[in-house]
Design a protein around this ligand. Structure first.
Ligand code: URA
Length: 273
């Protein structure tokens, strides 16, 4: 096909517009109208299971948006059922591959399950995969992952001594923030992952994962750097929030805070062993 100069300019403008809107990957050849699907009649409002999902917050929103923000109870129940039935990490991964209750899955290229050593004492929990992670199916392999590796190396750790997962195992399109509904439906899988790894120490990376696990709305700058007892499902351990490496890439001056946090991690490991 031969395109004129004008057509090329138009195509370039369209690509730039897609990119600005967060579209950075083509998944299928034909467009899918998700708005039409969302406009289908929705079930009666369901009870929210996550603190961030109070019905009163969402009641004034249009039905299609409500269904995007509120987890469908049957999907959360199904996630809990299949997550709790998994007796090991391989079974959990298989259950997540089968699960169709999180809309993010249908836009993602890969399930991003975990990386590192399942026998590690330390579990690191990020927010959600980015573009690189989605392409490779492995958490923290992009630029924030490189920084994470350097942070670990600063106290003599590498990926063989930690287990790395995310609060959400599928990439939100264009790296947008996950909705409370998406977070709630993925939470049973994270909880089960924590139970199966049973780490002595959990480090949450960034505000989103920290708020989810500590069940708080406190900002990350206040939350970080303090050890807390964390009870997740049937597992209890100590946990600390720290800043997300992606944030440090934008705010390098804040690396000093993370340096303090990793020194505190080093001391905590010495204390526990
Ligand atoms: N940010 C995250 O929170 N997780 C990843 O896996 C990559 C970037």
């Amino acid at each position: 096909m031969h395109s004129s100069g004008d057509e090329i300019l138009q195509m370039r403008a369209a690509l730039e517009w897609y990119s600005a809107m967060g579209v950075d990957i083509a998944l299928v050849d034909e467009p899918i109208d998700r708005f039409a699907a969302a406009a289908q009649p929705v079930k009666a409002p369901t009870k929210a299971t996550h603190p961030a999902n109070s019905a009163s917050t969402n009641a004034s929103r249009p039905p299609a948006e409500q269904s995007r923000l509120q987890p469908e109870t049957h999907n959360v129940d199904e996630a809990k059922k299949i997550a709790n039935a998994a007796q090991n990490l391989d079974a959990l991964r298989a259950a997540m591959e089968q699960f169709d209750g999180c809309p993010l899955k249908h836009r993602a290229t890969n399930l991003v399950f975990a990386d590192g050593n399942p026998d590690a004492q330390i579990m690191l929990i990020g927010e959600a995969p980015g573009r690189e992670e989605d392409m490779q199916g492995t958490p923290f392999v992009g630029s924030s992952g490189e920084l994470l590796d350097r942070i670990l190396a600063s106290i003599g750790l590498d990926r063989e001594q930690v287990f790395i997962a995310n609060a959400l195992p599928w990439r939100p399109p264009g790296n947008r923030n996950p909705t409370p509904a998406e977070t709630a439906v993925c939470l049973p899988f994270l909880i089960r992952q924590i139970e199966l790894v049973a780490p002595k120490v959990i480090i949450t990376l960034g505000g989103a994962a920290s708020k989810t696990l500590f069940e708080t709305d406190m900002g990350i700058l206040r939350l970080r750097g303090k050890w807390r007892e964390l009870n997740v499902g049937a597992h209890s351990c100590v946990a600390m929030a720290t800043l997300h490496p992606a944030y440090l890439l934008k705010q390098p001056a804040q690396k000093a805070l993370v340096w303090r946090d990793v020194l505190s991690l080093k001391s905590k490991l010495a204390e526990l062993n």
